[in-house]
Each structure stands twice: as structure tokens, then as C-alpha cells.
Design a binder for this molecule. Structure first.
Ligand code: OAD
Length: 235
């Protein structure tokens, strides 16, 4: 008889890409690749700092394209052979897709895309190419990275909530869970679903009304171990 695959929902953050060579946000004194987040990742900064922000994202885009998925991304791909896997990522890199994961929702957008600054529906794939001041959308507005900045709505939240609510099992990998509304997604996971967290340091504000298995390891080590455990015990 056909066996219905269980659904595993994986919420990932910067920590899953750390060992690929992309720095996390909060592990280095609030500086991100040497930049102050307020100057490069807020809606306000875009009004007065377009050139610097475009340059910052050009660098991030080129960097993300030059690194490779690590063992954690690859293990999550392998999980698809046994489970229906949905990844909800806060990351703007494409390392989950490049590892082969097929159902990836980007909550905070993608580095490989730009969009119109007057019409959110006009989105263009630029791959690893830079975007400059003066590069315009068909409506004549400056193109901007298709990433969510502080002070902006997170349009994918309702879709992400629907996915979290389908979880038979939930994995949380490499996120400090301090940025909302993404952090609140853990509360959409059904109460009966076991939750596993892989992170070398326990998310500080992690108040969660159920038992959690905490794997205090780096993603490249902890995720492959967890994937083997899930395949052995939960298929
Ligand atoms: P953070 O930098 O806040 O947190 C990174 C997490 O990864 C921390 O809990 C670290 O302990 C953990 N970590 C570090 N190295 C790791 C490793 N090798 N393996 C596993 N975990 C590791 O990053 P996020 O939680 O992703 O938003 O940040 C959330 C959002 O804040 C980002 O999406 C971004 C940022 O501002 C926007 O840009 C809108």
C-alpha cells in the first residue's frame, strides 16, 4: 500500500550558510561583513543611500554566487527522498536550491532578484550580476534588490504560516529567532509535532510551549546527524 510521506518543515537562518562562508548577522558585534545593518538593510536607508546599498548587495550577490552549499544543505536535500520537505528560509542566498531542495520559500527575498521600486510585482532575475544606480524597471523607477528590509512588510508570512501548520516534524537550523515576524512562525507548528533545533548556541528568547530536542552543534555536523536519526526513526 502506498505510504504517505510525513511532512518535515525546516526553518533556516544565517547559521545554515555560515560554513559555506557567508557570515551570520549577530555573531560579529552587530556588524555584517563590516557594515552597519541600519545603513544597508533598512527601508529608510534606501531613501538616502541608494548607491551604497546597491553596492553592498552587489557584493553580497557576487559572494553568495561564489560559495557552495555545505553538508547541512545537502543533508536537507537528502531528506526529500524520505519525507515531504518544505524549507522556509530567512536567507537571501540560494544555497538550499543549489543543493537540490525543491520546495524553498524565501521569507526575506532573494539576492538573485531585483524589483521595481514602485511596483512590487515587477521582479527580475539577475543571477550574480551587479545592479547600478540608473538601472531602471520598465516603469522608469530605480531597480532595487528583491530583499525585505527592516521597516518593510514580509509578504510571504501568510504562505509560511500555512506551511509551518502542515508540519509533522519541525527542524529549526541556525537562526537566533530574534527577528519578527519570522521568529513567531515557530508558534504555527502543530503542538503534536516534535521540534528539533540545530544551533551551537541556544536561541536566547526561545520560549516554546513544548519539548524540544536541542542539538548544540554546527549545522554541517548536526544536520546530517539529525537527518540520519529522522530517516531511521520517523519514516
Ligand atoms: P542571526 O545572525 O541572527 O543568527 C544566526 C544563528 O546561527 C545564531 O543562533 C548562531 O548561534 C547560529 N550559528 C552560527 N554559526 C552556526 C553554524 N555553523 N551552524 C549552525 N548555526 C550557527 O541570523 P538569523 O537568525 O538568520 O533579516 O537572522 C534573522 C534575520 O535577521 C535575517 O534574515 C536578516 C537579519 O537582519 C533581514 O535581512 C530582514
Amino acid at each position: 500500500m502506498a505510504h504517505k510521506k510525513k511532512t518535515i518543515v525546516v526553518l533556516t537562518g544565517a547559521g545554515v550558510s555560515a560554513e559555506s562562508g557567508i557570515k551570520t548577522f549577530r555573531d560579529s558585534d552587530g556588524l555584517w561583513e563590516g557594515f552597519n545593518v541600519d545603513e544597508v538593510a533598512t527601508a529608510d536607508a534606501w531613501r538616502w543611500n541608494k548607491e551604497k546599498m546597491l553596492e553592498f548587495y552587489n557584493q553580497r550577490r557576487a559572494q553568495a554566487a561564489s560559495v557552495e552549499p555545505n553538508a547541512a544543505h545537502l543533508a536537507l536535500r537528502e531528506l526529500e527522498e524520505h519525507f515531504n520537505v518544505h524549507i522556509v528560509t530567512q536567507n537571501v542566498d540560494s544555497l538550499h536550491e543549489r543543493a537540490g531542495s525543491s520546495q524553498v520559500l524565501h521569507l526575506h527575498g532573494k539576492l538573485s532578484e531585483v524589483k521595481s521600486s514602485v511596483d512590487d510585482s515587477l521582479i527580475f532575475d539577475v543571477g550574480d550580476k551587479p545592479v547600478h544606480l540608473g538601472d531602471k524597471c520598465p516603469k522608469g523607477s530605480q531597480l532595487r534588490p528583491n530583499v525585505v528590509w527592516f521597516g518593510e512588510q514580509v509578504p510571504e508570512i501568510p504562505n509560511a504560516q500555512r506551511i509551518m501548520a502542515k508540519a509533522d516534524i519541525c527542524l529549526i537550523v541556525g537562526t537566533s529567532l530574534v527577528v519578527y515576524p519570522a521568529a513567531a512562525l515557530v508558534y504555527d507548528v502543530p503542538v503534536q509535532a516534535p521540534v528539533f533545533v540545530v544551533d551551537p548556541s541556544k536561541p536566547a528568547e526561545f520560549i516554546f510551549d513544548r519539548e524540544i530536542t536541542f542539538i548544540e552543534k554546527r549545522a554541517s555536523e548536526g544536520v546530517p546527524e539529525l537527518v540520519s536519526h529522522l530517516i531511521q526513526n520517523y519514516v
